[in-house]
Design a protein. Structure first.
Length: 443
């Protein structure tokens, strides 16, 4: 299909009351200068894959690096440790009990962890297994499937590479696959991979470790230097040299009185150049780790701030977009909201609004917890000190528990303790001069 750009203009409605081309896509892969009618799946535009010719499994190998894996765990933990809830808008009351039962029987932590692969791999695909329970379809298992099994076509639709169609794949059925993506675009439906930004730092670090190990093998072992008289013949010198080589393993040697053996250690005053080389390798590794931290955690803090300004730098990082957890939470919410919508569409016809997932921020969670604890205390429940230490992250020596009267308790004078406290506060408020020394004429 071709277009004459001169005719693609917003004009007055035609006789049928429609505006030409407003409901059609004009700029697409079929008509653009970059794309023709290509056969097969849409190529992955990842810059590392395009330049190296490797497949996406190379990113799995990056997690072998200790620093990458530590950052990977840290970023995931920020979401996995967060509290969440299901919000039921008006009109979804009949869904609440069924959905609560469904969620209770799912491994939510595992599902969230699966979805959180999207920021690292660009996208994540999880297959939903349904089971008919009590006349209603319920998801009983949600498993992540390898990204290498899936591609996108020229219309940005997800397809499954089967044995019978390994080039362009098969379109997927509805209600079966949850797709989570990290910053997808029309040009790149595969999403942005965080691990792509770690590829070159890890590669250079591996090369640095390789040469560092050679350096340590060559200069890490103390050099043994034998001092012999100037007139010592070459045969005798070669014999002593062989003895020194054996001494590296046995640590013993036999020499004459007029001979001596000294050791020279890399990094000593007499080998400052070797010490400088060690610092160069260490600096390269630190720089690579700093780039990895920036790519995954969006900040480095102590890795690159230097010796001063740690507190100011940490506050700056917190003030700029908080942390990447907020982005991950949006991806997780989107996936679960899609799942909740499917459950409603399959089981509850006519529902126009659907339950949604939301995360409880730390301050909101503590406020809600404090409100619940207050209600429990008003009902006579006695909470232990160990509970407050665990629930509110307090230290044991920071507070003491005071005995509070149970509801309905009456003091010996026949009044409720709360009434006595109220009377005391009123007295103090109405008599501001109480307790003050009255001034009068000196006698």
């Amino acid at each position: 299909m071709s277009f004459n750009l001169e005719t693609i203009k917003i004009r007055e409605p035609d006789a049928k009351g429609s505006l030409p081309f407003l409901d059609a896509e004009v700029a697409n892969r079929q008509t653009s200068m970059d794309w023709g009618d290509f056969w097969g799946a849409l190529p992955d535009p990842d810059p590392v894959l395009r330049k190296t010719g490797l497949d996406w499994t190379v990113f799995e190998e990056l997690l072998v690096d200790a620093h990458v894996f530590a950052c990977y765990q840290s970023r995931k933990a920020g979401v996995l440790n967060s509290e969440w809830r299901i919000n039921y808008p008006k009109g979804t009351e009949k869904v609440a009990k069924f959905l609560d039962d469904v969620v209770r029987n799912l491994d939510i932590e595992s599902i969230v962890s699966q979805v959180l692969e999207a920021p690292f791999s660009g996208f994540s695909v999880s297959e939903v297994i349904w089971k008919l329970i009590g006349g209603k379809w319920a998801p009983v298992c949600i498993d992540q499937k390898p990204n290498r099994w899936f591609v996108f076509d020229k219309e940005n639709r997800l397809r499954y590479l089967t044995r019978g169609n390994m080039d362009e794949g098969e379109l997927l059925p509805e209600y079966k696959f949850l797709l989570a993506r990290n910053f997808p675009t029309y040009d790149n439906p595969y999403g942005v991979r965080t691990l792509t930004r770690c590829f070159w730092p890890v590669t250079f670090k591996k090369g640095g470790f390789k040469y560092w190990s050679i350096f340590m093998e060559r200069f890490g072992i103390p050099w043994l230097i034998a001092k012999v008289p100037p007139a010592t013949p070459k045969e005798k010198r070669d014999e002593i040299l062989s003895m020194l080589a054996a001494m590296v393993q046995s640590a013993v040697a036999v020499i004459n009185d007029n001979e001596s053996i000294d050791s020279l250690v890399a990094g000593s005053k007499s080998s400052s150049s070797q010490s400088g080389s060690i610092a160069v390798f260490q600096g390269m590794v630190n720089a690579a780790n700093g780039e990895i931290s920036k790519a995954i955690l969006t900040q480095t803090l102590t890795t690159e701030i230097g010796d001063k300004g740690a507190y100011a730098a940490s506050q700056s990082h917190l003030s700029v977009g908080h942390d990447p957890c907020s982005m991950e939470k949006k991806i997780v919410r989107s996936a679960f909201n899609q799942l909740f919508r499917w459950i409603c569409e399959l089981n509850f016809a006519g529902i126009e609004v659907f339950p949604t997932m939301s995360f409880i921020e730390e301050d909101d969670a503590k406020e809600e917890l404090a409100r619940r604890d207050s209600q429990l205390r008003s009902q006579g429940v006695k909470l232990k000190k160990s509970y407050y230490v665990r629930a509110y992250n307090l230290r044991d020596d920071e507070f003491d528990l005071e005995e509070t009267a149970k509801p309905g308790t009456v003091s010996p004078d026949g009044r409720n303790p709360d009434e006595k406290d109220k009377d005391q506060r009123l007295t103090e408020h109405t008599d501001p001069d109480k307790g003050k020394k009255k001034e009068g004429p000196e006698k």
